[in-house]
Design a protein around this ligand. Structure first.
Ligand code: ATP
Length: 331
């Protein structure tokens, strides 16, 4: 079976700035694929190329077996798309706007599509009777998600779909993504929040400076292994306790300061968290925070050998070399 998305050697220049550098990316049918990367990595450019809002400088793009440039309305009906920056300013109510989309998108019976839209509105908690321009940013985003999902398209292309959503709604949305996959739909979603990719995606590609710097199944990527930790420890003898922390396993960038008998310590753990937690056990721990660092920090720490700035002469990263080699072997 051919892949639902086939991107080969996609190159995009804005003037003389390289936004995408010979990008290769294939998404298997019926899977969720996560595209992650820091700001400016090229995620939006990639997704816009797939829906023919942007034309490639070179390279080929195929979705659902067709060329987005020539697929026209027939191909677009098979896709649900949420843009990164959603502008909904019309006077029409959410319901009216979605009815219009249900009619023009055809395919499924528009009554069935609208029923799905109402169900999704209930799940996400948005009032479709209000004019869309009066909705808050998060509620507009919900309407955008509903218009992408309601006709049950074969392919969902979602650019930072959870931006502006509160955590409960984000969780509901991630469930919608899993249900779409279970129904055989293919989902490509971009994010700079690592955890939401980890919760939904089967495969992931990490973009930095317009290149794939790592790709594979979610578990095989080490991105999730880096965590920032902060602890507050009560002690009567800070000077005696301090050397203990220098020996805490897996901890780098340790910073310790004493404030009125409470030691504040922070650092980064690369790898298993368990030895660190156990090493804290003898102390009186007043507070403990373990969080994922921002994606830029993770990408730079783990894949810091990626070229700092995409330029025509920059050498390929191991990941692009690998995909290029795979392509050569297929020939
Ligand atoms: P973010 O997470 O901030 O949305 P992104 O990964 O989606 O970032 P893109 O928006 O695809 O990144 O941008 C990739 C690169 O292309 C960036 O360096 C950006 O400045 C540049 N770029 C994007 N759109 C344009 C444009 N219309 N004109 C010139 N440069 C652009």
């Amino acid at each position: 079976m051919t892949d639902t998305i086939e991107i080969d050697r996609l190159h995009k220049l804005y003037g003389n700035r390289i936004a995408l550098h010979e990008l290769d990316l294939h998404v298997r049918t019926g899977t969720v694929f996560g595209l992650i990367g820091p700001n400016g990595a090229g995620k939006t450019t990639t997704l816009r190329t797939l829906v023919d809002i942007i034309r490639p400088s070179s390279g080929t793009v195929r979705i659902l077996g067709g060329d987005p440039r020539h697929g026209g309305a027939t191909l677009r009906r098979r896709i649900g798309y949420v843009p990164g920056e959603l502008h909904l300013e019309g006077r029409a109510s959410g319901h009216r706007m979605l009815s219009f989309y249900a009619q023009v998108s055809g395919g499924r019976d528009s009554d069935v599509t609208l029923r799905t839209a109402r169900d999704l509105a209930d799940r996400l908690g948005v009032d479709l009777t209000r004019p869309v321009r009066t909705l808050s940013k998060g509620n507009k985003q919900k309407v955008g998600l509903i218009q992408a999902f309601m006709h049950r398209p074969e392919l969902l292309i979602l650019d930072e779909p959870t931006s502006g959503l509160d955590p409960l709604v984000q969780r509901e949305f991630l469930q919608m993504v899993r249900e779409a996959r279970d129904a055989g739909q293919t989902v490509l979603l971009s994010s700079h929040v690592l955890s939401e990719i980890q919760q939904t995606a089967d495969e992931v590609a990490v973009l930095a400076n317009g290149r794939v710097v790592a790709d594979g199944d979610v578990a095989s990527l080490r991105l999730g292994s880096i965590r920032r930790v902060r602890a507050e420890i009560a002690t009567t003898d800070a000077a005696a306790a301090r050397p203990e922390f220098d020996r805490l396993p897996g901890l780098t960038g340790l910073d310790v300061h004493d404030a009125d008998g409470i030691l504040h310590l922070s650092g980064t753990i690369d790898g298993a968290i368990d030895p660190f937690i156990k090493a804290l056990a003898p102390f009186e721990v007043r507070d403990l925070t373990v969080e994922e660092p921002d994606l830029e920090e993770s990408v730079l720490r783990l894949y810091g050998d990626a070229p700092a700035s995409a330029s025509p002469s920059a050498s390929p990263t191991p990941a692009t070399r690998r995909t290029r080699r795979a392509r050569m072997e297929q020939r």
